[in-house]
Design a protein around this ligand. Structure first.
Ligand code: HMG
Ligand code: MG
Length: 296
């Protein structure tokens, strides 16, 4: 691996906080994002424009975006589920959005109240409008390994959705193991199947750590050629519509891993560990990052 660099997408402020019952105040979110940027995170998912009744923790995303200091070198994507979300994102000055589809019907229905087919139809206009407005569009696929409602998800389902997202104009597709059920052998098989029809360089790994496999899955994906990973400071995270889903792989753990492999991330590990301690304290709990615990 040694001469390669890896791009990290810090998802703590969105995926990490969306499931919190006592979520932090807007000021704390702004400080979290500012600290992550100062630690060298060049892409930070700042929030989502979804139904505030369904995901109350993200209701202030517009305020977060408007009140953040100008950080010209940092991308701040936000999740949008529909046209209304796109409009709100544009009003708040967002330059990048993320759209999210599921590879399983059960999760699609619970998460966004429609079938995979309906969500594709809805997203055609959203993606087109975003691209016309000059926004960058990232795609997510949920439940790429297993669905909390439908069980194991066939690999070809995932490949189909990924192809569709890339054809519609997403610059990258993030493969979400929403409930952290994947193991390295499965991740390798999934990426091998994807690589037959799309460039692996347009894929990202998004591994939740429910079964403690996330770092191993990052290694498997690296071996398969993936160079972009979604990670969450202090291992925050979970999805309100995926029971038992725990946090994303911790940013601190992945930075430590990559440093050990001689790969560049541009992230300052001590500053990241401090940021993990900051948000853990704000949430009143211990960090879920093993590296965070070891270094603080
Ligand atoms: P619906 O009920 O079909 O939509 O929900 P609707 O149009 O009938 O609207 C329902 C309510 O939401 C209405 O308000 C709308 O005004 C409002 P009410 O009358 O109930 O007060 N609404 C909105 N409000 C703000 N912004 C919007 C918006 N749209 C509608 N954009 C909908 C469909 C998609 C809106 C809903 O199901 C929803 O918001 N779901 C949120 C799902 C979500 O955020 N899940 C977590 C993110 S996905 C994830 O975590 C996985 C990922 O990390 C990858 C992985 O781990 O695998 C990405
Ligand atoms: Mg997730």
């Amino acid at each position: 691996f040694s001469s390669d660099s890896v791009r990290l997408v810090e998802v703590g402020p969105r995926d990490g906080l969306q499931n919190e019952k006592s979520y932090p105040a807007t000021d704390v979110k702004i400080e979290l994002i500012t600290r992550l940027a100062a630690a060298g995170m060049a892409t930070i998912e700042a929030g989502s424009f979804v139904s505030p009744r369904r995901v109350p923790a993200m209701a202030d995303t517009g305020d977060v975006m408007r009140r953040l200091p100008i950080m010209p070198d940092v991308s701040l994507p936000v999740l949008v589920p529909n046209m209304r979300g796109l409009e709100q994102a544009m009003l708040a000055g967002c330059r990048e959005i993320a759209v999210f589809l599921s590879a399983s019907e059960g999760f699609s229905q619970r998460n966004i109240q429609c079938s995979i087919q309906e969500s594709r139809a809805r997203y055609i206009d959203v993606i087109d409008a975003a691209l016309v407005a000059g926004l960058r569009v990232r795609g997510y696929i949920s439940c790429v390994v297993r669905c909390p409602y439908d069980g194991d998800v066939p690999i070809d389902k995932v490949v189909q959705v990924a192809q569709w997202l890339l054809e519609r104009g997403c610059y990258e597709v993030s493969l979400g193991d929403t409930i952290g059920a994947g193991t390295p052998a499965h991740i390798r098989a999934l990426l091998q199947a994807c690589a037959a029809t799309m460039p692996v360089t347009q894929l990202a790994g998004h591994f939740h750590d429910t079964y403690g496999m996330a770092v191993a899955n990052v290694v498997a994906a690296l071996e398969s050629g993936v160079r972009v990973f979604d990670t969450s400071v202090a291992g925050l995270g979970g999805c309100p519509y995926a029971k038992g889903a725990s946090g994303n792989v911790a940013s601190e753990d992945v930075v430590y891993l990559l440093r050990g492999l001689g790969m560049q991330t541009g992230v300052d590990l001590p500053a990241l560990v401090e940021t993990g301690a900051f948000i853990s304290q704000a949430l009143g709990r211990a960090t879920a990052s093993a590296v965070g615990r070891a270094l603080s």
